[in-house]
Design a protein around this ligand. Sequence first.
Ligand SMILES: Cc1cc2nc3c(=O)[nH]c(=O)nc-3n(C[C@H](O)[C@H](O)[C@H](O)COP(=O)(O)OP(=O)(O)OC[C@H]3O[C@@H](n4cnc5c(N)ncnc54)[C@H](O)[C@@H]3O)c2cc1C
Length: 332
Amino acid sequence: MAGAKDAKGTIWVVAETNADGSLAKSSTEVATLARTLAEAAGASAAGIVIAADPKAAAAELAGYVARVVAVAEPKAAGYAWAQVAAQRAAAILASESPAVILTGAGPDGRDVAGTLSALLERPVLVNATAVAWKDGGPSVEMSVFGGKLITTSAFVDGEWGIVTVRPNVVTAEEAGSKGKVETQAPAGDLDLPLVKVVDQITEAAAALPIEEARVIVAGGRGVGGPDGFALVREIAAVLGGAVGATRAAVDSGWIPYNQQIGQTGKIVKPQLYLALGISGAIQHKVGMQTAGTIIGINRDPDAPIAEFADLVVVGDLFEVGKALLAELKSRA
Ligand SMILES: Cc1cc2nc3c(=O)[nH]c(=O)nc-3n(C[C@H](O)[C@H](O)[C@H](O)COP(=O)(O)OP(=O)(O)OC[C@H]3O[C@@H](n4cnc5c(N)ncnc54)[C@H](O)[C@@H]3O)c2cc1C
């Protein structure tokens, strides 16, 4: 399948699937990035799907990249997926000429990247917040020291490597035309030890997952306790949005961890982010700074959020929040 464009190497994506077999949202983003980089590099973009039944996800991935290799691997179900996927992907990539391999920076993507790095003896750049094509290779922006610094890194002297990409830093966009899907049978044994999944616990999810919400209303320490989140939830419900939180609120036990936004929580990119009683610490900011419009309600005009919000309403969040809720309800 190597074509003229492969001379410069192909931009590869190792895709992840959801429990129902569809393509993971993070992989739609990484695949969009792969295609954008391929266009800049004059190369082609390709993807790998390894799953017990890869059909649906492979068809979806072909909406983003020109070529998809799908491997039906029964062990991808019942065993920790990343160990299985990395071994199968390494076997495919060893006979290709990658210019770079991209994975998501979630738990599975990180595991795949680490195992691929060991198997292919290639370096990894982690947690990219942006990737551009420069001087024949990826130029990778990463946020380090808790978001205090942004670094730009590249692989040395024509080396190629693996890049993990943070969720929600790229907007997924399908290509104009569909790519081709090739199915390959799993070749050979899986040599590395596998981890058997003995039990799965599904955490009760919020009504609307914050990673996909177009509107997020978030509460911080300023809401004062679990009851303070009632107002946050009410405003979110009227706006058809999801509820987010800071680590301070999560650590206090006011709201579950799966709603935490920030460096050690989720990265979100809604169109509107309404922050109630949130100071805007750097570790929170790195999780929501790409939101379309950021509005804070804070009684401290000098809170750090004022430096990057589009608008800060200075006042008591309960007073302002209740007035806002009444206004929204009157317009609904
Ligand atoms: C390694 C590391 C990782 C971290 N990861 C994360 C992370 O993922 N996410 C995260 O959020 N944080 C994270 N943090 C914590 C972060 O540094 C901050 O401590 C945290 O974000 C602060 O949360 P907050 O804004 O709710 O609280 P505070 O900083 O205490 O701010 C509360 C704000 O509410 C305002 N306020 C109080 N009462 C009212 C009222 N009645 N009306 C209006 N305004 C009011 C105050 O003026 C203040 O600005 C991390 C920290 C470290 C060291």
